[in-house]
Ligand binder design. Structure first.
Ligand code: DX5
Ligand code: ZN
Length: 230
């Protein structure tokens, strides 16, 4: 059966009460929590750094999915490894030596992820795909929660899914931006394995029902080219 992972994003939580927000994610049945790190340079917003990740990780057994929206991610990666992030995803637009950085993350025993903004083609990842555990396709211009999904980005998921199958690779495909109960279907049809949900999750009256619904939606679709390693 196809496995679908929901990764609620703390970006839409009350920043004065992150501990409760983390509890809400755990209680919902989601397995991952998505941590949006913004530096006010790569994106026009600021969030939090490794200390927040460390303190939250001490309270939770969830899989910590760190999304670095920063310039020069190579300067920060070690801090997030030390803080306990399970997956560290950085933007190829922000890193010249992306291949080296992926190897560094993997050498530390963490999952290495690469991300592309909506204006970057999937082909920009061609050389990197064998070296990553996760590909994060942004479906909004990163920086803020609550934006509308750019549907054209779904084509990139399908392209990457096909590429994965053709080349016998096994990275997970993650989609981030504007995913809600309605748009989740399109993302899943296009091949997403991991769905980030920020505002949809924190606005939901019953987050557990939302997580279960999205998971069921994905499981009802054929596994087709499910990655070998999970
Ligand atoms: C946007 C972040 C997202 C954000 C998604 O720059 O990378 O992870 O939390 O929020 P929603 O789901 O509200 O679009
Ligand atoms: Zn994100």
């Amino acid at each position: 059966m196809r496995r679908v992972i929901v990764a609620p994003s703390l970006l839409s939580a009350d920043f004065a009460d992150m501990g409760s927000a983390l509890g809400r994610v755990g209680d919902s049945g989601a397995e991952w929590v998505h941590l949006d790190v913004m530096d006010g340079r790569f994106v026009p917003n600021l969030t939090f750094g490794p200390q927040m990740v460390r303190d939250l990780k001490n309270r939770s057994g969830l899989f910590f999915d760190a999304h670095l929206m920063t310039v020069e991610p190579e300067r920060l990666v070690d801090d997030f490894i030390d803080a306990g992030a399970d997956a560290i995803t950085f933007h190829v637009e922000a890193c010249v030596h992306a291949h080296r950085l992926c190897q560094r993350i993997r050498a530390a025993g963490r999952k290495a992820g690469v991300s592309i903004v909506p204006s970057t083609p999937a082909s920009a990842l061609a050389e990197l795909l064998p070296y990553v555990d996760l590909v994060l396709v942004m479906s909004v211009n990163p920086g803020f929660g609550g934006q509308k999904m750019i549907p054209e980005c779904m084509d990139k998921l399908a392209t990457l899914r096909d590429e994965r199958q053709k080349r016998g690779l096994d990275f997970l495909l993650e989609v981030d931006g504007g995913i809600n109960a309605q748009t989740a279907a399109l993302a899943l049809e296009s091949g997403a394995d991991v769905l980030v949900m920020g505002s949809a999750f924190f606005d939901a009256p019953e987050p557990a029902a939302l997580v279960a619904m999205v998971r069921k939606l994905g499981e009802s679709q054929p596994p087709a080219d499910a990655p070998k390693r999970r």
